[in-house]
Every structure is written in structure tokens, then in C-alpha cells.
Design a protein around this ligand. Structure first.
Ligand code: XIL
Length: 455
């Protein structure tokens, strides 16, 4: 806050100020006209870029074993800006023997994603299912400590690399009871969920911590209400929870319902973010996919949508053909519906925030010039747009101020320095405008362009 005031409100006089105003005007013009030049921006033509322009992500579950499939990675790299390891971060994968951790497959996915500017959702730290056999046979206080140690070790290992963790998965019973699921973890005591959240917060204070479940889409269902009551209680008592994940595996037995938007907005009103975490829909009806995306866009605190796989053949329910790409990797009608919904969507209606008070910064330039402009701003994050002139093959270095973190990028290929604060963005082709989302983490200082080089 102090930094921003000092940096931003200084009165400007003399030639520097005039230059700044002229450059600001020129930049505004450049940015405005760039939007109309053909081929300058891929925003609007891929799921990730279109979602990012609305301040959201569009993600997919990824299986490490498929990263060697060129058809798969071509779609992944083109379309998505968030990934969730489908199985590789689960307890049986990361701690196959007690106290012996194994991160290879998860790291493969994390590195693939982060080197391409995609963010990572971590899934999942505590769950009754996919437990290694040593944990399945444990109970009582030994299990409680083993679970907490697992949460601590895994969240610490990936600290700073995972934007949101599904800390606890599927802890409630199906049906009308509204009760907790009877699992070995539940039998360690009703407070096991909040204990897991506290351990995760201590291990990675900057990650968003989510509770994730299925059959919680229908607002009138007992299970939905039970999870809602738990989250309300956690917020009231200061248990560190930041988000709720809705798996949203829709099928004939568990269909999409029109009160889904009410569900998302009701949870958001408790003061948590909401995320659609594992979307797939039996038969992939375009209209239902469109509704889900529209519902997310209608809720300011809905951060993004993750589909549970790329092609139908990648799905855990392949016979239901529930995804956006067919088994040969071609876009289905549902894909077009999702893209259109993302492009038509309005930006979220967060409370108004203070508009930036300085003219856009103009960096030192080599043989090209990169001009950064503020774009949409929300309660926790903001977008910036950088317009490059003087080169089509450019490399632009941008720095953010810790504890800020870039969570999304579009229209360029980013790499990062070891601190994670300095991003080197390379052009993808002929584009001259790229953008990125910065999670403020309490600091609203504008990112700075350090250099622009042509190659
Ligand atoms: C599924 C995976 O997609 C399968 O590959 C695996 O065999 C079983 O788990 N809810 C969840 C996900 O939270 O982790 C599950 O993923 C699907 C249901």
C-alpha cells in the first residue's frame, strides 16, 4: 500500500511528465488499435486466453503418462492455462510407503505446466480413497498424525508452485443424511478436516485452500447444505479455508440443475472462492456445457473451470464421451459452446477498487518498445496488458513485486527466474500484445517492464 502511494501519487511536472503523458496516450492508442488488427491476439480463440480475459482460468486434468502423446500436448498447450494432476498428487502416488515420498510424476506435470505459464491446482492432500495400503490399514491417533504429516510434507514440497490445493476431498456422505462419510479419517475425530486445513496453511501460506466434493451442485440437496454449513462454520471460527471445489461430474444419475448458479453464488457469499474442478458431462451436450460456464462467469468469486481430461479417450468415463474434444483430438460442439460463453461473458462485478493513478510505465527499450497498461482489476488480482512495437520476434522481461505472483498469461511463452518474480515472455508468432494476471497477495504495485529485445 505504502509503496503504491509513494510511487504513484508523486506530482509530476516538467518535461518528464509531458513525455509520460504523450507516451501514455500513444500506448492507449496502440493498445486500442491492436485489438482490431487481424492476427494480433489469440485471446478469444482458445479456452485459456478467453477465460483469462475474464480474469478466470480454464483448466484440465492431466495424466503424466500422456505427456509423451503429441496430439494430447498440442491441445493442452494451446487451449488450457491451468492443470490438475489427475492422479499423481494423490496419497498413494506421493507417499507409497510411509515416510517415503515420491514426487516424480507430479513434478513432470508441474514443470510442464509452469514452464508454459499455466497454473497448477493440487489434488488432493486428504481423502478416503486412493490411499496407499499402509494408510488404509491405520486408525486413531497414528492415522491422524500420518495424515497431518502427509499434508505438511506434500504442501511444503510444492510450496509456491500450486495456486490452490484440494486439501480435503469428498468427506461427506451421499443421500439425504447430510452426515460425514464414514471413513478411517473421519473415525480419527470430527475435527480431522479443520486439522488438515491448518496443516496445509502452515506449510504453504500463499496457496488457496479448497474443500472439494461431488454431488454438491444441487442447492436443495442435503449434501450441498451439509458442506455449506461446514464452510460457514469454518469461516465463523477462523479455520483457514479459501475456496470450495465443485467436481461437477454430470450424468443421467446426477444431472446439471438450473440452481447450480445459486449454489455457486451462495457459497461465494460465505466469503470463499468457488471453482468448478472436475467438469465432465455425459454425452457432452453443448447447451449444458454453456450453462456451466455462464454460471461460473456470473459469480465474481468463481475463479475458473477445470474439465476432467482433454479428449474423450482420456476420460475416466470414456464410454460417456463427456469431454470437449473427441478421441482424435477434434473440437466437439461443446467446445464451441464453451468458447462462445467465455467470449460473451461479462467481467465480474467485484466492489469498485481504486483506479491506478499513474500513466502507464514506459520501459527502457533496445530495438523494441514494450508498454504496460493496467487492465481489469478484482478484489484479489489484476490483469496487465503489454503492447510491443518495433519487433515481431520479441522478448520482454517483466517483474512483479513479491509477494505478488503471476497466475495466468496469454499470447506469449513465459519462463521464470528462480525467485518466480521475473518473467521473460517470448512472442508466439506475429502477436504484439500479451497479457497476464497478477495475484496481488496484498500488494498492488504495478508490474514493471525491464526490457524489450528483438531477435
Ligand atoms: C479419478 C481419475 O480420473 C481416475 O484416473 C482414477 O482411476 C480414479 O480417480 N473425484 C476425484 C478425482 O476427486 O480424483 C477422481 O479421479 C474422479 C472423482
Amino acid at each position: 500500500m505504502t509503496e503504491r502511494c509513494q510511487g504513484d501519487t508523486r506530482p509530476r511536472t516538467g518535461p518528464r511528465a509531458r513525455t509520460a503523458i504523450v507516451l501514455a496516450a500513444a500506448a492507449l492508442l496502440a493498445a486500442t488499435s491492436a485489438a482490431f488488427l487481424p492476427g494480433t491476439a489469440s485471446a478469444g480463440t482458445t479456452l485459456g486466453a478467453s477465460a483469462a480475459e475474464k480474469g478466470r482460468y480454464f483448466g484440465t486434468a492431466v495424466a503424466a503418462s500422456r505427456l509423451s502423446d503429441g496430439n494430447y500436448t498440442t491441445i493442452l498447450n494451446r487451449e488450457f492455462n491451468s492443470v490438475t494432476p489427475e492422479n499423481e498428487m494423490k496419497i498413494d502416488a506421493t507417499e507409497p510407503q510411509q515416510g517415503r515420498f515420491s514426487y516424480g510424476a507430479a513434478e513432470q506435470i508441474v514443470n510442464h505446466a509452469r514452464s508454459r505459464g499455466m497454473s497448477v491446482r493440487g489434488h488432493t492432500l486428504a481423502w478416503h480413497s486412493q490411499q496407499p495400503s499402509w494408510m488404509e490399514s491405520m486408525s486413531g491417533s497414528a492415522l491422524r498424525s500420518a495424515m497431518l504429516n502427509h499434508v505438511t510434507q506434500v504442501a511444503t514440497h510444492f510450496r509456491g508452485q500450486v495456486v490452490a490445493w484440494d486439501v480435503v476431498n469428498e468427506a461427506f456422505e451421499d443421500g439425504t443424511s447430510g452426515a460425514r462419510r464414514n471413513s478411517n479419517l473421519q473415525r480419527t475425530g470430527n475435527d480431522w478436516i479443520e486439522a488438515a486445513f491448518r496443516a496445509a496453511r502452515a506449510a504453504d501460506p500463499n496457496a488457496k485452500l479448497c474443500y472439494n466434493d461431488y454431488n454438491t451442485d444441487n442447492w436443495t440437496h442435503a449434501k450441498t447444505q451439509a458442506v455449506y454449513n461446514m464452510v460457514r462454520d469454518f469461516k465463523a471460527r477462523g479455520v483457514p479455508i479459501d475456496c470450495v471445489g465443485f467436481q461437477s461430474h454430470f450424468n443421467n444419475d446426477s444431472p446439471y440443475v438450473s440452481n447450480y448458479r445459486t449454489t455457486l453464488s451462495s457459497f461465494a457469499a460465505l466469503g470463499v472462492d468457488v471453482q468448478v474442478t472436475e467438469l465432465d458431462i455425459q454425452g457432452a451436450p453443448a447447451a449444458t456445457y454453456r450453462s456451466v460456464v455462464e454460471d461460473c462467469l456470473a459469480v465474481a468469486r468463481c475463479n475458473g473451470v477445470t474439465v476432467w481430461g482433454i479428449r474423450d479417450s482420456d476420460s475416466w468415463r470414456a464410454s460417456q464421451t463427456p469431454l470437449l474434444f473427441n478421441s482424435s483430438g477434434q473440437k466437439k460442439a461443446a467446445y464451441d459452446a464453451v468458447l462462445a460463453a467465455l467470449n460473451n461473458g461479462t467481467t465480474p462485478t467485484d466492489p469498485p477498487t481504486t483506479p491506478p493513478t499513474t500513466p502507464p510505465t514506459t520501459p527502457p527499450s533496445g530495438s523494441c518498445t514494450a508498454t504496460l497498461q493496467d487492465s481489469t482489476r478484482w478484489g484479489d488480482r489484476f490483469n496487465s496488458q503489454v503492447t510491443v512495437s518495433g519487433a515481431s520476434n520479441w522478448t520482454v522481461v517483466v517483474a512483479v513485486t513479491p509477494p505478488q505472483k503471476v497466475s495466468n498469461t496469454w499470447n506469449g511463452t513465459p519462463t521464470w527466474d528462480s525467485s518466480g518474480n521475473v518473467m521473460t515472455m517470448r512472442s508466439n508468432g506475429s502477436g504484439t500484445v500479451f497479457g497476464f494476471t497478477t495475484m496481488a497477495n496484498g500488494t498492488w504495485t504495478r508490474p514493471v517492464v525491464r526490457s524489450c529485445t528483438a531477435s
